[in-house]
Design a protein around this ligand. Sequence first.
Ligand code: ADE
Length: 237
Amino acid sequence: MRVDIISIFPEYFAPLDLSLIGKARSTGLLSVDVHDLRTWTSDVHRTVDDTPYGGGPGMVMRPEPWGQALDAVGPGTLVVPSPVGKPFTQADAYELAAVDHLIFACGRYEGIDQRVIDDAAARMPVREISLGDYVLFGGEVAVIVIMEAVTRLLPGVLGNASSLDEESHSAGLLEAPVYTKPASWRDREVPDVLRSGDHGRIARWRRTQSLLRTAARRPDMMASYPPELLDKSDRAA
Ligand code: ADE
């Protein structure tokens, strides 16, 4: 997968050199190029923003540098992190992981002139994505979040791809609690069933914990869980 990131703060993306994203880059599964939006300015002050038409607080990103930047790195699937975007889900991460070329446009201030998004949409798929119902300073941190969610789904990135099958948000339920050694710690014991070696009982216990957790923490997820996927023991739980 090829990724281009356009931002006025290229330094924000240092974490993409680390850990499994860094490894995916060095093994060639992923290429990431970070571009400074100011490369595509032509005035001495390298201006990227101006006051909003219609008045109001803050500044808006001017269209010209964005237009040139997207002409230079595109076409591809354009992702614009924004608090007015569609809420990001695991399903979106899977869809983006299937794309060959992603372009991230990081807005700052009050956002990017709308014509940039409309103009790009005439030439390439555009997705405005929100991380949640809160406002960040800009799209940079959102890009790192989306890149983590997407990169771990690329074939060959996770050592054990079966860990994707049962994780939270893949099966429509939250995952059960997890434990490791020691079996006893500060007088707290690992649940006996997990040490029983009985794989059937362990699977049943995990399933029950998963349902209880989801019902308690995410009633919205529980409500949209397909009822035909609930068996008799699930209902008893
Ligand atoms: N930029 C500013 N706020 C954001 C949010 N909530 N999600 C994605 N990008 C943003």
